[in-house]
Design a protein around this ligand. Structure first.
Ligand code: MN
Length: 215
């Protein structure tokens, strides 16, 4: 992953693989539109929103998103939506790989077995969270500082902070509609083949002992 300055002006983080790398699970055209246009627009709008508020120019993305109450009213919703859009998509794109191990690895694998019983049960529950999200949003595997895992979903571009995001599935229609049309369940089934489990395990380990947020 390319490390960019985590404060204003935010930059579009490049994909860590080629646009066609996740075929056939995620098609090339969707990746172009999703990364360049959708994420690109969130980055652009977040910067526009903050342009006239220099006191936030050295705030990190997680600082902004975990202190929304301190953001002035006129830009609070825009920071929440566009900042969340940047945060969630960076995690989503960096959480996928064309070389998925298809099953969890490391300490996270042990935690999933312990807390869910089996990988299949975990998969079913994460899939259900994605299906149950009415409209647009996200399904997550999150962790707290003690390593306790939880599956949840967030609407729109809301983030799961202050819980640590470990695995994240985008269930906005723009993530799947070109290839899967209305069949969100088929997209979800295929998306499981793209999870970057070593990255998920790193996120899990870095959350232990207290959340150290990453974007
Ligand atoms: Mn998206």
């Amino acid at each position: 992953m390319v490390l960019l300055a985590d404060h204003y002006p935010f930059e579009l983080q490049p994909l860590p693989y080629a646009y066609d790398a996740l075929e056939p699970y995620i098609d090339t055209e969707t990746m172009h539109l999703h990364h360049d246009k959708h994420l690109g627009t969130y980055v652009e709008n977040l910067n526009k929103t903050l342009a006239n508020y220099p006191r936030f120019h050295d705030w990190s993305l997680t600082q902004l998103l975990t202190n929304l109450g301190r953001i002035p009213r006129p830009i609070q919703t825009a920071v929440r939506n566009n900042g969340g859009g940047v945060y969630n998509h960076n995690l989503y794109f960096s959480g996928m790989t064309p070389d998925s191990t298809r099953e969890p690895v490391g300490a996270l694998a042990d935690a999933i077995m312990q807390q869910f019983g089996s990988y299949d049960i975990f998969k079913q529950r994460l899939k259900q969270a994605g299906l149950d999200r009415f409209g647009s949003g996200w399904a997550w595997l999150v962790s707290d500082g003690a390593g306790k895992l939880q599956i949840l979903s967030t609407p729109n571009q809301d983030v799961p902070l202050p819980l640590c995001p470990i695995v994240v599935m985008d269930v906005w229609e723009h993530a799947y509609y070109l290839k899967y049309h209305n069949l969100r369940a088929n997209y979800i089934d295929n998306w499981f083949n793209t999870i970057n489990w070593p990255v998920a395990n790193e996120r899990y380990l870095s959350c232990l002992g207290g959340p150290r947020f990453y974007s």
